[in-house]
Design a protein around this ligand. Sequence first.
Ligand code: FES
Length: 69
Amino acid sequence: MRLEFLENGPIRLEGKGFRLRIGDREEVLERPRVFLCRCGGSANKPFCDGAHKRLGFQAEGGVLEVEEA
Ligand code: FES
């Protein structure tokens, strides 16, 4: 799995699909990528809703590649 930290923006996760579990909420996301908020300002957490632009969020970009052991 690959996580990309977009400069001044969210975390982009790429994969074949995702299973989201938060509290009692469970959802299968059948899409190749999701964008996760890292600015804390999204009204649709854990997903990015674009609020980082309005808030002027600033952070470096980067990549984390996760390999299964
Ligand atoms: S990173 Fe986009 S709304 Fe937080």
